[in-house]
Design a protein around this ligand. Structure first.
Ligand code: FMN
Length: 435
């Protein structure tokens, strides 16, 4: 079991935030799986992201890899908060109270909007805590699983928006401590908005919002979803900025002042606190290109596209023969190949915009390198609070061996998206070694 601040994750395997954690039914299935230790929602914005047909995913034929052009969830944050409430107040299949954490992935285009989103999550946590206190002191019998509603929450009387009474189950732990926040600042597919986490100082106003939420309520668990970084100074920069949020807390004052006092693994009051409990490494690698013939359900197979001048060397796996310079080539250069536009029909590309974020086996080495780099820097840091930051290793976790590599590189918990997309929730049986 791995503890990330208030979240106990057992087994230490989660779904990564993705398109297959979009709907209530998908979240329910992930939550019910005995092979997930926590569930992460798809990234929500305040009002929902407007999706169209260009937002899609394709799976590679040659490996368990994907390329996707999705933005964020079309569902608003309030929808996810309703669903999270339902997940955390509905008995598990065996009738026991839910104890599995749910991490709400969010993003916002301004710090003001982010602050409102965080406030709404805190309101949900307060509501969960209030229900818990009421049930702890009340007299409620847990319903049988068949009495509990496990289907999509509509406008039924048990819907969170209509539930003002105590829940029908008696939770064993404060359900507010089961809710975490993950800030996604690394989606590579948003038009004209490159991932702000590639320019870390851009993030600081957003981290300020999260930090002040944490210091007003240190029981809040916060993670940062980071992009794949490509060179060493980036890792150092992230850690340097994250460290600026550490505050020294005098143990005596802290013990006196808070009932939700975080304890170290050895039960000691902490001397320094940092708002960020984990780094999720990594998001997809942006600007990657698959041609249609490289993916399943490609749009090229049935077409007659020949690829124009750009395709001549790509239509075969044979290396092109060396070109003997003609007498004239020393004086007139050959024209460069003309890459096709993504809008031509039929398109040669796997995705409508051509470019998208790469996930799965193809990005596993870069994800491992990111996890390893952060793990080394965090472990060597002089600040105790920084050394406590955990890593959720994501990127090409498609087999038990890949999960083991992630852990060997420094991840406490592993997560997957591409494997989930390919296999459904069975992905977690595969990772558990039960193919
Ligand atoms: C179809 C798809 C949708 C995704 N959507 C999100 C998202 O909403 N938020 C997010 O933080 N990451 C998102 N990701 C990135 C994944 O969380 C993950 O970081 C990435 O895919 C690498 O993991 P993998 O190799 O297991 O796919 C998405 C990935 C895929 C494949």
């Amino acid at each position: 079991m791995v503890r990330i601040h208030t979240l106990h994750i057992e087994p230490p395997v989660v779904n990564a935030s993705c398109a297959w954690a979009s709907e209530y039914e998908q979240l329910r299935e992930l939550y019910d799986s005995p092979h997930t230790g926590a569930v992460v929602t798809r990234t929500a914005t305040f009002n929902g992201y407007s999706e169209d047909a260009t937002n899609t995913v394709a799976f590679a034929k040659s490996s368990v890899s994907s390329v996707n052009s999705y933005g964020y969830s079309p569902h608003s944050l309030s929808k996810y908060l309703e669903w999270v409430y339902t997940l955390l107040t509905t008995p598990m299949l065996d009738g026991s109270p839910p104890t599995k954490p749910v991490i709400v992935s969010i993003t916002a285009s301004t710090p003001t909007v982010l602050a409102e989103m965080v406030e709404n999550i805190q309101t949900l946590r307060k509501k969960l805590r209030a229900s818990y206190s009421a049930s702890t002191y009340g007299d409620f019998a847990p319903p049988t699983p068949s009495q509990a509603r496990r289907t999509s929450p509509g406008a039924s009387p048990a819907s969170p928006t209509h539930t003002h009474t105590a829940p029908a189950i008696v939770p064993t732990i404060d359900p507010a401590t089961l809710v975490g926040i993950e800030l996604n600042t690394s989606c590579p597919n948003i038009k004209d908005a490159p991932p702000p986490s590639y320019t870390f100082p851009f993030l600081l106003p957003y981290l300020d919002v999260l930090s002040s939420a944490f210091y007003s309520d240190p029981s809040l668990t916060i993670g940062l979803k980071l992009p794949p970084y490509l060179y060493s100074t980036r890792f150092a920069e992230v850690v340097r900025f994250v460290h600026t949020y550490t505050r020294e807390i005098r143990p005596a004052a802290f013990v006196k002042g808070s009932q939700q006092q975080p304890l170290d693994s050895d039960g000691q009051a902490m001397r320094s606190l940092n708002p960020f409990a984990y780094l999720a490494c990594t998001n997809t690698l942006g600007n990657c290109l698959f041609f249609g013939e490289q993916v399943f359900n490609d749009r090229l197979e049935s077409s007659t596209y020949t690829g124009g001048s750009a395709s001549t060397d790509m239509d075969t796996d044979e290396p092109a023969p060396p070109r003997t310079p003609s007498p004239s080539s020393s004086t007139s250069s050959t024209p460069p190949p003309a890459p096709p536009s993504p809008t031509i029909t039929p398109s040669p590309f796997a995705l409508p915009p051509a470019l998208g974020g790469l996930g799965g086996d193809s990005m596993h080495p870069i994800a491992l390198g990111n996890v390893y780099s952060f793990a080394r820097l965090l472990a060597a840091h002089p600040d105790h609070a920084i050394r406590r930051i955990r890593i959720i290793g994501i990127g090409g976790v498609t087999s038990p061996a890949a999960a083991a590599r992630m852990r060997a590189a420094g991840a406490s918990v592993v997560g997957c998206a591409t494997l989930l997309g390919r296999e459904g929730v069975r992905a977690f049986e595969i990772l558990a070694g039960q193919p």
